[in-house]
Each structure stands twice: as structure tokens, then as C-alpha cells.
Write a protein of this length. Structure first.
Length: 298
């Protein structure tokens, strides 16, 4: 009888233990990795973080901050989103990532603002980004708009081309992962932009072409991602300053899951960084399943 009770307890014990949390699974996933990885996610009104301490280089993720800043200013002035913008040749640097120049190779041109913003946000064009920042009143203008919407734990110091001139400046454009996730939540739920400015930016984030192997690779059927990626410089010793992805996962049941995964000082390589971001996002997505439809049992 005693042996039967012991056997029964052994069989029941695993069922009595609580399931490992997403935080625990992510910590196990990151254990031993030669990189610092910060993670934050917001779902169902709750905040979750892993390694949120410190300031992670944003790289091109900060193009979202610049886009929100200039759109808020345009909204206050009543400036249409299709306003034509004159771009002088002096504003263009050809030795950078700039798909915009495939269409405008001569450097001096006029472009609709919404197209310029698309190049910056959806295609991560560095020239377009810096033009957007200048339209917002420079980096300080962007920071002022972030303060106005109550965003904290974020510091911006340089535009794209200044970072290209000195990659170490990338460390001065930084944020906690939670701050990035909160910014997406503010865009989608807190009306920091009115119409048509908000719809334009959300559409561009959904149209983002970069990072198909990051958070997007973790999506399940019926999910949609509005996101912004960021890729850092690789230093002489092989250290990659940053590799990032952050966005809003639009779930089939109408809820939104905001995720930010920021990888800092990685020696894993770009492919492994992307794979790790996807794995972290998959843990988050799969640990927060959708509720069953009403009337359905478990």
C-alpha cells in the first residue's frame, strides 16, 4: 500500500507543478548566449520584461520615433500627408543604405511626404530618415515630442548619418525594451496621432520589408505584424552593436501583443541574432494563447 501511494504521488507531482512562465523560458533560451538581450511585451494590460535594465542601441527602430514626431507636428499644423517635399542634393548621401535613390538617383528631387515616410519606415532608408528628422526640428524636436506623449527611458542624440560617421554614437541612441513596446501601444491604443496620420503610419509599419526572419518568423496563422527593425554596425572584433525588432502583433481575436526584442553587443552573427529574436517572440506568442470562443469547452 505504501509503495502504491508513493507511485501515485510521483505520477501526480508533475501536474501539480506550475507551468514555466514566458519569462522563465526566455531566460533559459538566453542563458550562455554571447550577447545581451533585452525583452519586453505587453498583453492584456500587463507588462512583462527580461533584462530590461540598461540602455540598448535602437539603430533604425528610432525611425519610428522620428515618424511619430513629424506626424504630430504636421497634424497640429493641418499639413496633408501627401504634401510635396523638396529634397536638395546636399541632403543626400549615397554611401549609405538608401533604396530611395534607386528611383531618384540624381539626388535633387520632389517627393510626396507619405512616400518619403514610406522609404524611412517601411524600407528603413537612412537618407529619408534624416530628412524626416530635420523636418521634425532635429533630434531635439523628436525628443520633445517623445516627452510630450509621456515616453520615458529613451534617449536620442544623433541622426542616421552621424552614427554612420562614428558607429560608437549608436550607443547614445538608446532605450529600454519596455519603452519601445510602450511606444507601439501608445500608437495603437492611446491616440497620440489623429487621422489620417495614425492610419498612414500603421499601414507603413505593416508594410515593413525588413526583418522577415525576426518576429515575423514567429507568427502563427491569422496574425499580422506592424513592426520596425534595427540593424547595427559590426565592430573590428566581430561584435555587432545591435540587432533589433519591435512591433505590434495583431491577433485574430482582435487583441494586440506588443513585443520588443533588442540584442546588444552580440558575437553570435546576424543569422543567429535573427533566429534568437524569432525564438523569443515565439515563446511570447505561444505562452499567451487566444481565449476559446464563447460556448466552447477546453
Amino acid at each position: 500500500m505504501k509503495h502504491s501511494i508513493i507511485l501515485l504521488l510521483a505520477l501526480l507531482l508533475p501536474c501539480a507543478l506550475p507551468a514555466q512562465t514566458a519569462e522563465g523560458k526566455i531566460k533559459d533560451l538566453l542563458d550562455g548566449k554571447d550577447a545581451k538581450v533585452g525583452v519586453a511585451w505587453l498583453v492584456d494590460g500587463k507588462e512583462h520584461t527580461v533584462n530590461n535594465d540598461g540602455c540598448y542601441p535602437l539603430m533604425s527602430v528610432f525611425k519610428l520615433h522620428g515618424a511619430i514626431a513629424v506626424l504630430r507636428q504636421m497634424e497640429r499644423r493641418g499639413t496633408p500627408v501627401d504634401t510635396m517635399v523638396r529634397v536638395d542634393a546636399s541632403q543626400i548621401v549615397k554611401d549609405t543604405y538608401t533604396p530611395m535613390l534607386e528611383r531618384y538617383p540624381d539626388g535633387g528631387f520632389t517627393i510626396p511626404f507619405d512616400s518619403l515616410l514610406s522609404y524611412s519606415v517601411a524600407e528603413s532608408d537612412n537618407n529619408a530618415c534624416d530628412i524626416i528628422i530635420s523636418m521634425a526640428g532635429g533630434i531635439e524636436g523628436v525628443n520633445a515630442e517623445m516627452r510630450a506623449i509621456g515616453l520615458t527611458d529613451c534617449n536620442l542624440s544623433y541622426p542616421e548619418l552621424s552614427m554612420q560617421a562614428d558607429p560608437m554614437r549608436s550607443y547614445d541612441n538608446c532605450s529600454t525594451p519596455l519603452s519601445v513596446a510602450i511606444l507601439f501601444k501608445k500608437l495603437f491604443e492611446e491616440n497620440i496621432l489623429g487621422e489620417p496620420y495614425a492610419t498612414l503610419l500603421k499601414h507603413l509599419l505593416i508594410s515593413t520589408t525588413t526583418g522577415p526572419d525576426k518576429i515575423k518568423a514567429a507568427l502563427r496563422p491569422g496574425m499580422l505584424l506592424a513592426h520596425k527593425t534595427g540593424t547595427g554596425f559590426t565592430l573590428a572584433d566581430g561584435t555587432k552593436i545591435a540587432d533589433n525588432d519591435a512591433g505590434a502583433v495583431l491577433l485574430p481575436d482582435g487583441r494586440k501583443l506588443y513585443i520588443a526584442v533588442l540584442v546588444k553587443d552580440s558575437k553570435l552573427g546576424s543569422k543567429e541574432n535573427a533566429r534568437l529574436i524569432a525564438e523569443v517572440a515565439r515563446v511570447i506568442i505561444d505562452t499567451h494563447p487566444q481565449p476559446l470562443p464563447k460556448g466552447r469547452g477546453a
